[in-house]
Design a protein around this ligand. Structure first.
Ligand SMILES: *[C@@H]1O[C@H](CO)[C@@H](O)[C@H](O)[C@H]1NC(C)=O
Ligand SMILES: *[C@@H]1O[C@H](CO)[C@@H](O)[C@H](O)[C@H]1NC(C)=O
Ligand SMILES: *[C@@H]1O[C@H](CO)[C@@H](O)[C@H](O)[C@H]1NC(C)=O
Length: 120
């Protein structure tokens, strides 16, 4: 019985965790940076890239994710450096929502597709 309760509790916690992650992405600005990064993550082929797959996790602020540098004042993404990570994927249009992005370094990966016009 105790074990059963524990499982239910775990389930509720997980549910809460996923919901809060989802909800946070529907707000503008700060949250749209997060959804842009998550869109980028899901557009990459991460089967062989456990580092990024695990590190870009909703359990920590995106400002702590590998390759992400935030503007201290606004908490928005100001630089994205994923160079030399052996990543394969495409650049989704959502990346254009990173309105504070000033530096983007994707060298030595295999990204295809066009950079969003906002980043030109
Ligand atoms: C992701 O990597 C950064 C830099 O190495 C580290 O500080 C952070 O704790 C990691 N986060 C997770 C969830 O693994
Ligand atoms: C990105 O990181 C690499 C390796 O740490 C570094 O050599 C490169 O200069 C960085 N790019 C930018 C634009 O800061
Ligand atoms: C981000 O960009 C995408 C595609 O460009 C767009 O559909 C979406 O509404 C934008 N805004 C947010 C908050 O994600």
């Amino acid at each position: 019985m105790a074990k059963h309760c524990f499982l239910v509790l775990m389930f509720m916690l997980l549910l809460h965790y996923f919901m809060s992650c989802k909800l946070a992405t529907s707000k503008a600005t700060f949250a749209s940076d997060k959804s842009a990064l998550l869109a980028f993550k899901s557009s990459m082929n991460l089967h062989t890239h456990e580092l990024l797959a695990n590190n870009w996790s909703c359990s920590s602020s995106f400002c702590n994710w590998i390759g992400v540098t935030c503007d201290v004042l606004h908490g928005r993404v100001k630089a994205l450096n994923l160079s030399n990570m052996g990543l394969v994927g495409n650049v989704p249009p959502e990346l254009g929502n990173l309105s504070f992005l000033a530096k983007l370094d994707l060298r030595n990966n295999r990204f295809y597709g066009e950079l969003p016009i906002e980043l030109h």
